[in-house]
Design a protein around this ligand. Structure first.
Ligand code: FAD
Length: 395
């Protein structure tokens, strides 16, 4: 048996931030990570450059059964706080678009920064440590401790922090440990589901779109009252790209996804304004869409001919398909491709100030394992930092 103050399970973004903050407060902290090295997800995030925060962070950028839950933690640890940490370590960064901040060189810099901070705060990280069991022990006089057993050692702790993330990308170390522990303590869970994930299409639809595969276009995508304007990417299996990933978080099986290929134009007015022209449809559309896309799209939908040969009714049909292309995804690429897991430990079980379980003092859940999911663009890391910080101040 080894006695420490705090055990944190999971050395990802949230767990490491919590370790740093708890360590700075003089707590004896051990972080248990079952993988052979830490921060694998940070390493590949943002295409290897880690989109570590978003300067526009607000509660509106998160999806949760309780949209207010994340406010307190986000207010106490802001993007500016993380940026000053990044600057303290001399890490060069830039804004790519829409408030998204990325490292100039590599995500490794963020991992090194977190490791340095952990070491300065005296937090110990133990890799290849799989937690086998957790038991709550009552020592009388209201004193509760947890016994956290790995293969090698059993820790006795006052505070146990679960920072095991979601189910996305199993080869990077994802497990369902957090959800299992929540169930062990009879906590509610919002059904986890893959989010920020590409859509798959039915076989016939995939075959139809083969000629468009690899093309990316600026479009507006909507579903169930939500709308995102960013690029979409047609893949050999379906649809991807930022606008599709964003909408996937809201999509439910069977729902129609509507894609506006000309979001800046009323396609019918545009076509009618040129209805007497000699120019062929595909060439005309190439002024507004990538040329390869315009030609392949016409070949698929409306054989290209001079605009003046189309009847007003045909122009209306073309316009409808341009402004309201309706797709029913067959499904998603699932956890193997999902950037995050939506759902998770129910927020009404946790204190929004500290992330501590209301019914189990000393037990905390932070980061992606909680039912708070950020939109694409650095929000998920900001939630990991902020919730980790909140728990770090309390354990
Ligand atoms: C490909 C990809 C790119 C991404 N890019 C971005 C981005 O640029 N910006 C952004 O904001 N978000 C991004 N995300 C999302 C972001 O990485 C996560 O939301 C964030 O890492 C969640 O932090 P976390 O600490 O809660 O979980 P994680 O970072 O997943 O960490 C959980 C840790 O717990 C460990 N663990 C799991 N089970 C156990 C167990 N039983 N015992 C011990 N250890 C365990 C895991 O090995 C892991 O190290 C990306 C995600 C993916 C998959």
């Amino acid at each position: 048996m080894r006695s420490v103050d705090v055990v944190i399970v999971g050395a990802g973004a949230a767990g490491l931030m919590c370790a740093i903050e708890a360590g700075k407060r003089g707590r004896k902290v051990v972080v248990l990570e079952h993988a052979e090295r830490i921060g694998k997800k940070i390493a590949i995030s943002g295409g290897g450059r880690c989109n570590f925060t978003n300067v526009n962070t607000s509660a509106d950028n998160f999806i949760s059964s309780n949209p207010h839950f994340c406010k307190s933690a986000l207010a106490r640890y802001t993007p500016a706080d993380f940026i000053s940490l990044v600057e303290k370590h001399g890490i060069a960064y830039h804004e790519k678009k829409l408030g998204q901040l990325f490292c100039d060189d590599s995500s490794r810099r963020i991992i090194e920064m977190l490791l340095t901070e952990c070491s300065e705060a005296g937090a110990v990280i133990s890799c290849r440590s799989l937690v086998r069991s957790v038991a709550r022990k009552d020592y009388g006089k209201g004193k509760t401790h947890f016994q956290v057993a790995t293969d090698d050692v059993t820790f006795v702790v006052e505070s146990l922090v679960v920072a095991t993330g979601g189910l996305s990308i199993p080869p990077l170390g994802a497990t369902d440990f957090g959800y299992r522990l929540a169930r062990q303590f009879e906590l509610g869970i919002q059904e986890p589901r893959p989010a920020l994930v590409p859509f798959t299409l039915s076989r016939p639809a995939q075959r139809e779109l083969t000629t468009l595969s690899g093309i990316s276009i600026d479009a507006s995508v909507s579903c169930l009252g939500k709308e995102f304007r960013e690029n979409i990417l047609i893949t050999h299996r379906g649809l991807s790209g930022p606008a599709i990933l964003q909408i996937s978080t809201y999509w439910l099986p069977g729902e129609i996804v509507t894609i506006n290929l000309l979001p800046d134009h009323d396609a019918f007015n545009l076509l009618r304004a040129h209805e007497n022209k000699e120019i062929e449809l595909a060439n005309f559309l190439s002024q507004f869409l990538p040329r390869r896309f315009a030609h392949a799209w016409c070949a698929l939908n409306f054989p290209s001919q001079p605009l003046k040969r189309y009847t007003p009714r045909q122009l209306a049909e073309i316009a409808e398909k341009l402004n309201r292309w309706e797709v029913i995804p067959a499904g998603t690429e699932g956890y193997k491709k999902a950037e995050v897991t939506a759902g998770g430990v129910a927020t009404d079980e946790l204190s929004s100030q500290s992330m501590e379980v209301k019914s189990v003092p000393g037990l905390y859940f932070i980061g992606e394992v909680v039912d708070v999911t950020g939109k694409l663009g650095g929000y998920n890391f900001q939630w990991a930092w902020a919730s980790g910080y909140a728990a770090g101040q309390s354990v």
